[in-house]
Design a protein around this ligand. Structure first.
Ligand code: SF4
Length: 400
């Protein structure tokens, strides 16, 4: 969303987006550093971009999260996620300031894809019949692989309207560096969130992704709350669906009672509840909500009352000192609570975090073995699993 917002800022100030890096005067590389594999590939890409004549600006999370590694290979300009407004300092001639650019709702339109992907897409768009067939085929393949309410299916087949409701997080997970780069938690005003939803409806969108790093903390800084936000977002008399991302377990437990009447309206079709581990000991080490039994009972109750809601989660495998028995507890929780789909990440050791100080840490090989074991158990439990090599992660899904 930040990449698209930067794109909109530059376009509105009359910059031209070019197709290839060797045509550019300036390259702005918006990085991610959530897991090591992605940080490493961002660092590699920075080395490649420096070979062009263009000036390189590194934006996103990497400048904060991987300060030391970045300084070894790059000493140019950076903009971190929490200080995106400072982009105006780098472009003093721009009349429209970054803070006056609307937040982004649509992620992909108008952004040029990499060459030759852009040419391929352009050709498809030009030849309508091929384009239609391509979309039909893609939808058909995904429908056969994944349930229509899975996040994979929704992400790749529905034209989704995103609403970012807050920035930052009130959590303090021992392995996390995201907080470092996103800065203090702050919410978008409630009426602005509702206005964006209405704008999407006016423009014919029916699928909305309501997103934030820590959506449960919405409103803590502006006298509102997640239940109030979702209440207002589901009371409009139209046919539309919401997918709620980033609902950490502690907020689910806190707001469960208030969310029930909202879920009864049938507008929320998917809830992403990242539980990360099914072991109380590991969750305490992660500094996360650790009453596994209570979480399991709450999620089961939601599933029982609202069987049509897709429950999505995230799991970390190979957290320091995690035993096989504790990994099994995670997989039992996944199955026992009735999660439909999710994503498995290998633990990434990040310098400066509390988790990096826990001993012993697993080797890459040991974590890979745990990932393979997890994959086998998921397949045995009838989940469809696909491997995303770019981030060394598994997506899994077993439908509703
Ligand atoms: S919930 Fe935990 S992992 Fe997620 S952003 Fe907050 S501190 Fe980081």
């Amino acid at each position: 969303m930040d990449t698209k917002k930067i794109y909109n800022y530059l376009s509105k100030n009359n910059s031209t987006l070019v197709n290839k890096p060797d045509e550019a005067d300036i390259i702005i590389f918006v990085t991610c550093a959530a897991v090591n594999q992605v940080s490493d590939s961002s660092l590699d890409q920075i080395k490649k971009f420096q070979r062009y004549d263009a000036e390189l600006i590194v934006a996103g999370c990497l400048p904060e999260v991987e300060k030391e590694s970045l300084s070894k290979i790059f000493n140019g300009k950076t903009i971190s996620t929490k200080n995106l407004d400072e982009i105006d300092i780098l472009f003093p001639e721009n009349k429209i300031k970054f803070k006056n650019i609307e937040d982004v709702n649509l992620l992909y339109d108008n952004i040029n894809l990499n060459f030759p992907e852009s040419i391929f897409k352009k050709t498809l768009e030009e030849v309508r019949i091929i384009n239609k067939s391509y979309l039909f085929l893609k939808t058909h393949i995904l429908r056969n692989l994944f349930d229509e309410r899975s996040f994979v299916y929704l992400a790749y087949t529905k034209n989704q309207f995103h609403i970012r409701v807050s920035w930052g997080c009130k959590g303090n997970c021992s392995y996390c560096t995201i907080k470092k780069s996103t800065g203090p938690m702050h919410s978008k005003p409630l009426n602005q969130c509702i206005d964006e939803l209405k704008k999407g409806l006016r423009n014919g969108y029916t699928h909305f992704v309501i997103t934030a790093e820590d959506i449960g903390s919405y409103g803590l800084d502006n006298n509102s709350s997640l239940p109030e936000l979702l209440d207002k977002m589901t009371e409009i008399e139209r046919n539309y669906k919401l997918y709620i991302r980033g609902l950490n377990p502690r907020w689910l437990i806190k707001y469960h009672g208030k969310l029930k009447p909202i879920l009864e309206r049938g507008k929320i079709i998917a809830l992403e509840i990242p539980f990360q581990s099914g072991s109380c000991r590991i969750l305490r080490l992660m500094h996360r909500y650790s009453d596994v039994e209570k979480l399991k009972e709450t999620v089961k109750e939601i599933k029982k009352s609202f069987p049509e809601i897709s429950l999505i989660t995230h799991i970390i495998v190979g957290f320091p000192t995690e035993t096989k028995n504790e990994l099994n507890q995670t997989l039992f929780l996944l199955k026992g609570a009735g999660f439909n789909s999710g994503q498995i990440f290998p633990y990434s050791k990040k310098t400066g975090t509390d988790a990096a100080l826990i001993k012993p840490q697993f080797s890459k090989k040991e974590i890979l073995q745990s990932m393979k074991y997890t994959r086998c158990i998921l397949v045995n439990n009838k989940y469809k699993v696909i491997y995303i090599a770019k981030i060394n992660s598994f997506l899994f899904d077993k439908g509703i």
